[in-house]
Design a protein around this ligand. Structure first.
Ligand SMILES: NC(=O)c1ccc[n+]([C@@H]2O[C@H](COP(=O)([O-])OP(=O)(O)OC[C@H]3O[C@@H](n4cnc5c(N)ncnc54)[C@H](OP(=O)(O)O)[C@@H]3O)[C@@H](O)[C@H]2O)c1
Length: 232
């Protein structure tokens, strides 16, 4: 099966049956309608949120929206930013400077979910520096003025699609932010995607759960995650 066909089949499975959001439905703009973007768009739509997909290639955004149905639509990157109470950016790390140039001003003040991993072999030299510094802190420097939330970065999309909404105890996802409102929204969106949120401190502290860390790729309960990250 082609990657995108598989992906959209997975997303369609993930949205049935439709469930209700734990709290007030949000409008969520998504930049990057690939594996992570369409997986989380599907999970949030299932929880009752409204989604607008966007992508460099409008056909990707359209396909992702069509695979989800009534709660999803497609637009330009600018439209997705304007639409979102919160915005998920899910692109190769090396694309973040271009996105900052394109919509950085319009993202200021918005809650932005960042699952993006700097991978030097894919993203070049900027990624090596970002990895060293910590991914979230580096993303925050690229997008000044946004209320950044770090989450979903250290587990494969297939694992997260499989484990989402499992019977309790749910899979733990650590979530970090410097801004209290961003943390609150991040915790809600981790929960509504079907996971147990584990608040894990500041953006700087989120280096402890960067890709390649001791918890990366490990499916744990919240208690196990808190212990592994030495959280109270
Ligand atoms: N895959 C995983 O399991 C996983 C898990 C955790 C975190 N992550 C991280 O999440 C991010 C996304 O990964 P992914 O696997 O979802 O990647 P992906 O499947 O390759 O999707 C990325 C999407 O972003 C689009 N894009 C690229 N540049 C863009 C731009 N300037 N503006 C708008 N859209 C743009 C791409 O479009 P084109 O096809 O036109 O380039 C593509 O549709 C990465 O940083 C990755 O490290 C991935």
């Amino acid at each position: 099966m082609k990657r995108r066909t598989f992906l959209f089949a997975l997303t369609a499975t993930a949205i049935a049956p439709i469930a209700r959001a734990q709290s007030k439905p949000l409008k969520i703009g998504i930049i990057g309608s690939g594996r992570i973007g369409s997986t989380f768009g599907g999970l949030w739509a299932k929880a009752g949120h409204e989604i607008m997909f966007s992508d460099r290639d409008p056909e990707n955004a359209k396909r992702a929206a069509e695979s989800i149905g009534a709660r999803a639509r497609a637009g330009t990157v600018e439209e997705a930013v304007a639409f979102g109470d919160a915005v998920l950016i899910a692109v190769p790390y090396g694309a973040l400077p271009a996105i900052a140039q394109q919509v950085g001003e319009k993202l200021k003040g918005k809650v932005v979910i960042d699952p993006n991993n700097p991978v030097p072999s894919r993203d070049g030299e900027m990624a090596a520096a970002a990895k060293e510094k910590g991914a979230a802190v580096s993303t925050a420097a690229l997008l000044p003025g946004v209320k950044l939330v770090r989450a979903f970065n250290s587990w494969g999309y297939q694992t997260m699609a499989r484990e989402a909404n499992r019977p309790t105890p749910r899979m733990a996802i650590p979530v970090a932010a410097d801004d209290p409102q961003a943390l609150k929204v991040g915790v809600q969106l981790v929960r509504d995607a079907g996971f147990d949120p584990v608040p894990a401190g500041s953006l700087a502290a989120s280096k402890a759960f960067d890709l390649g860390s001791s918890v990366s790729g490990k499916v744990m309960t919240a208690d196990e995650m808190r212990k592994a990250l030495s959280l109270p």
